[in-house]
Design a protein around this ligand. Sequence first.
Ligand code: PEP
Length: 252
Amino acid sequence: MARPFVVGNWKMHKTIAEARALAIAVRDGARAFPEIDVAVAPPFTALAAVAEVLKGSTIGLAAQTMHEATHGAYTGEIAPTMLRDLGCTHVILGHSERRHLFGETDINVMKKARAALDHGLVPILCVGETLQERETSRTFDVVERQAEHALRHITPQEAAGCVLAYEPVWAIGTGKTASPAQAQEVHAFLRKLVARSHGDSVARSIRVLYGGSVKPDNAASLISEPDVDGSLVGGACLETGSFLGIVQASRG
Ligand code: PEP
């Protein structure tokens, strides 16, 4: 099995001072779990401060989105080159909040994934169905379309190091978690999809995280599923104890 990976998506939370304090606590606390890969995704405004805190540690630094261009007249956007300049190692792409609140499309995610890799950032590629899509039996169609676009211009060698995150929209921030069996079913499907498009060994190497109301008390049962390699955590990553509780529970 791939090394477990736990990513905290801080979303639009934390001032610079608060971000620095949380990053210090996560950095120090995560030392007790060297067998787990950990990354944090602070808001843009705190990336520089958190990069400073994480320097010399093994904790990854992720941005929550980016533009695909390296520079240009794109008011309000951030380029992959700028993220690298800040010390980012990863970037979350296609998060459902980006898709549903800000109109990000599969094509946008496809371009951004290519640009992230071109600039040395590991993309964390989010896919997931809405409640209505699940209730109308479209879960597999939706995640297939999203994952296929996200990986379309990525070579097998690159894809092996990428991260997929299955985040059912109905489970994000709602307190409703997919059952381990529901998560496993979609993760196994995604892995088969990757095997078909990029080969069996890539399908075995790519890490597939689950996201959607992961908490310290449900993380262990999710990670115990064979195709769940870790989690993308929203609400529970804003407090050191709960985030580290999830990291600890991910030891399997
Ligand atoms: C997320 O937004 O990626 C997420 C999984 O949020 P939460 O853990 O709060 O459901």
